[in-house]
Design a protein around this ligand. Structure first.
Ligand SMILES: [Zn+2]
Length: 75
C-alpha cells in the first residue's frame, strides 16, 4: 500500500531487534510490522518511536476550551 522504507515483516519474520510497529488492520491479510532496525533501547525504529508520542499530545490540544465551544450549554 504505502511505499516507505519499512520491511513489511509478518509476525513470524520479526527478528528480536526489528521495529514492532503494527501497520494495517490485524484482521486483514496485508497486516504487517514495520521491521526496520529498532532505535537503541526501544521496541520501535526512530521514526515510529517519535510517532508513538504525537497522537497523545495532539489529543490533548483541544482541551476544555474546545469542549465548551462545542457544547456551550452542557454545564
Ligand atoms: Zn518502524
Amino acid at each position: 500500500m504505502t511505499k516507505k522504507a519499512c520491511q513489511h515483516k509478518k509476525m513470524a519474520d520479526l527478528e528480536s531487534n526489528d521495529c514492532r510497529w503494527p501497520i494495517g488492520d490485524p484482521r486483514h491479510d496485508d497486516f504487517h510490522f514495520c521491521g526496520a532496525p529498532q532505535a537503541v533501547g526501544h521496541p520501535y525504529c526512530t521514526e515510529h518511536w517519535n510517532q508513538a508520542f504525537v497522537p497523545s499530545k495532539a489529543r490533548q490540544l483541544p482541551g476544555r476550551a474546545a469542549f465548551n465551544l462545542a457544547f456551550p450549554r452542557a454545564a
